[in-house]
Design a protein around this ligand. Structure first.
Ligand code: SF4
Length: 413
C-alpha cells in the first residue's frame, strides 16, 4: 500500500505558503492564461519562480494548470505562453486538451503531464488511452464510484488522482454552459460565475413577481446547487484502492478553508498510513470541516448516484468560525505579531488553529497595534489590515491562524 500524495490548491503565493504550512505534499496553481480559474488570484510569469523556489525548498511538488480548451484563434497566444513557461521547473502541467498536449510535447518535451478533471475520464479504457499518449497521471472524474475507481487503478500502471474535498459542479466537472448562458462568462474558459449556487424560484410568465415554491417529488429531481464533496470517511478505501493522489478543490477559496481542510486530511492520511488496522476516523475531524466554508457535505458519486441527498435546497455557504488573524512573527515566547483579518476585541474567546490539528482556546489579552513607525499603541478593538501584538499560547507558531468560534451560520461567500 503506497501513501498517496495530498494535493492542495494554491491560488496565490499566500495560499501556497499556507498549503505548505498545513501539510500539502504538492500544490497546483494557475498562471495568467489558460488555467481555468481566471477569477482566482493566479500567478504572473514573474511571480512563478518565487512560488517554485518556495515549494521546492520545502520538498513540495508544484503543478501548473494549463487545462482550458483554447480556441483555434488562441493557439498563437498559447504557443507564446508555453515558450515563456518552458524554462520554469514545474513538476508537471495539468492539461485537458489534446492540442495543448501536442504543443507542450513540442515545446517542453520533458515536461511531465497530468490529465485534468476537465477531460472527464470516466473509465479504465480512457485512462489507458491517455497512458498511451504519454500522460503520467490522470485525474479520475468525480462521477466515478469507488468500485469503478478500484477497477481502474487495478487495470492501469500510471497513478490516478481523485478529488476528495471541495465544491462540485452539477455538470461533468465544468463542462457546463450555465455561466455562459446567464452571464456571458464561460466556465470552459475559466470564468465561471457559479450560477449553479444561486437561489432559484419558479415564476409563471403571466404572474411576474409571484414566486412559486419548488418542491421535491418522488424522482428527487431538483435544480442545481450541489453540496460540497467530502470523502474523509472513505480515505482508507481510496488509499487501499491504490489512488496515487488525493486532491483538494478550491483555488478561489480563502486560506481559512485551505488550512482547515488540509489539517484534517493530513492528520487522517498520516494516521491511517501509520496504522491501517488501528485507524478510526476522529469525530473532531468532521467537526473541524463544519467550522470552515462549506455548503453541506456529500460523498458525491462515490457510493453511486447521489440523487437528491447530494443537493442543498436552502443553505448558501456555511461556517461556524471566522478567521481573525495570521501569526507572522513570534518576537518573544508567548507573544505573536498578527496580521488582522477580521474585527475582534480584548476579552474575546479565540482559538488557535495549527497544522496536525494543533488547537488551543485562549482569551484575547492586552492588544497593541504595531504602527508603521514601529511604535506600539494599546487598543481594545482591532480591525482588518492592522498589525498587532497579541499574547498567544506557547504552542503557537508562525503561519498558524487565529479564529473566533461561533455557531454554524450562513455567510456571503
Ligand atoms: S455554473 Fe456551476 S456547474 Fe456550471 S461550471 Fe460553474 S460551478 Fe460548475
Amino acid at each position: 500500500m503506497n501513501k498517496p500524495e495530498l494535493l492542495a490548491p494554491a491560488g496565490t503565493l499566500e495560499k501556497l505558503i499556507c498549503a505548505i504550512h498545513y501539510g500539502a505534499d504538492a500544490v497546483y496553481l494557475g498562471g495568467p492564461d489558460f488555467g481555468l480559474r481566471n477569477m482566482a488570484g493566479n500567478f504572473s510569469l514573474e511571480e512563478m519562480p518565487e512560488a517554485l523556489r518556495y515549494a521546492h525548498a520545502h520538498g513540495v511538488r508544484c503543478y501548473l494548470t494549463v487545462n482550458s480548451y483554447p480556441a483555434d484563434h488562441a493557439l498563437q497566444r498559447l504557443e507564446q505562453y508555453l515558450q515563456a513557461l518552458a524554462p520554469l521547473p514545474f513538476d508537471a502541467y495539468i492539461i485537458s486538451d489534446p492540442g495543448v498536449l501536442r504543443m507542450v510535447r513540442r515545446i517542453s518535451p520533458q515536461r511531465e503531464l497530468h490529465l485534468s478533471t476537465q477531460a472527464n475520464t470516466i473509465n479504465r479504457e480512457s485512462v489507458l488511452f491517455w497512458q498511451d499518449q504519454g500522460i503520467s497521471r490522470v485525474n479520475l472524474a468525480r462521477e466515478m464510484t469507488l468500485e469503478d475507481i478500484r477497477a481502474t487503478t487495478a487495470a492501469v500502471t500510471l497513478p490516478c488522482e481523485v478529488f476528495v474535498h471541495g465544491a462540485l459542479c452539477i455538470a461533468y466537472s465544468g463542462r457546463c454552459l450555465l455561466s455562459s448562458a446567464m452571464t456571458g462568462r464561460s466556465a470552459n474558459l475559466g470564468e465561471c460565475t457559479q450560477p449553479c449556487r444561486w437561489k432559484y424560484a419558479l415564476m409563471e410568465e403571466r404572474r411576474p413577481g409571484e414566486y412559486q415554491p419548488i418542491r421535491e417529488d418522488s424522482s428527487g429531481t431538483f435544480i442545481y446547487n450541489s453540496k460540497d464533496l467530502c470523502l474523509l470517511d472513505y480515505l482508507p478505501d481510496l488509499v487501499r484502492a491504490g489512488v496515487g493522489s488525493l486532491k483538494i478543490e478550491g483555488r478561489m477559496k480563502g486560506i481559512h478553508y485551505l488550512a482547515g481542510v488540509l489539517r484534517v486530511y493530513r492528520t487522517a492520511l498520516d494516521r491511517f498510513c501509520a496504522d491501517p488496522n488501528g485507524y478510526r476516523t476522529d469525530p473532531a475531524w468532521m467537526e473541524e470541516l463544519t467550522t470552515i466554508s462549506h455548503r453541506g457535505y456529500t460523498t458525491g458519486f462515490l457510493l453511486g448516484d447521489p440523487r437528491d441527498v447530494g443537493q442543498s435546497y436552502e443553505a448558501g455557504y456555511l461556517r461556524s468560525h471566522k478567521l481573525v488573524g495570521v501569526i507572522e512573527a513570534k518576537p518573544e515566547a508567548g507573544l505573536a505579531e498578527v496580521a488582522v483579518r477580521n474585527r475582534f476585541q480584548q476579552g474575546d474567546q479565540l482559538a488557535l488553529m495549527g497544522p496536525a490539528m494543533k488547537s488551543a482556546v485562549f482569551t484575547a489579552g492586552a492588544l497593541q497595534q504595531l504602527l508603521p513607525t514601529g511604535e506600539l499603541l494599546p487598543v481594545v478593538v482591532v480591525h482588518p489590515n492592522m498589525r498587532i501584538l497579541l499574547p498567544v499560547p506557547a504552542s503557537a507558531a508562525v503561519g498558524d491562524m487565529i479564529r473566533l468560534p461561533g455557531p454554524i451560520q450562513e455567510f456571503d461567500a
